[in-house]
Write a protein of this length. Structure first.
Length: 119
């Protein structure tokens, strides 16, 4: 079973993500983080197969955390999630920095699981 860390400052959205991911029976959510710094700490602590991370969080945002994570681990599999519609620059930047995928909220649960399975 693949291990996943969720990083999102919205507790409600993080719970929703966990329900989708863990509910598939294919993935186990091993930790949650509320900002980029916590996401990096949880990544280093749990060594997950995949990190699902919001782009916009207080303190350290997802893009900064992504940049740091990829510097620490070139093999990191990070899926960025954003609620900002039409932020093509951020999408492009996230992919350029090493994100494996970028999803826009709201998305279908099956869309998320498809991305996770492909990783």
């Amino acid at each position: 079973m693949k291990k996943v860390v969720i990083a999102d400052d919205s507790i409600a959205f993080a719970r929703q993500l966990e329900k989708i991911i863990a509910g598939s029976g294919e993935f186990e959510v091993v930790a949650q983080a509320r900002n980029g710094l916590e996401a990096i700490q949880m990544y280093q602590l749990h060594h997950p197969d995949i990190l699902c991370m919001d782009m916009n969080m207080p303190g350290m945002d997802g893009i900064t955390a992504l940049r740091t994570l990829v510097a620490l681990d070139k093999q990191a599999k990070v899926v960025m999630i954003t609620s900002l519609g039409g932020v093509g620059d951020k999408f492009t930047e996230a992919l350029r920095l090493g994100a494996k995928a970028v999803l826009s909220k709201p998305f279908e649960p099956e869309e998320l699981l498809k991305v996770l399975r492909e990783l």
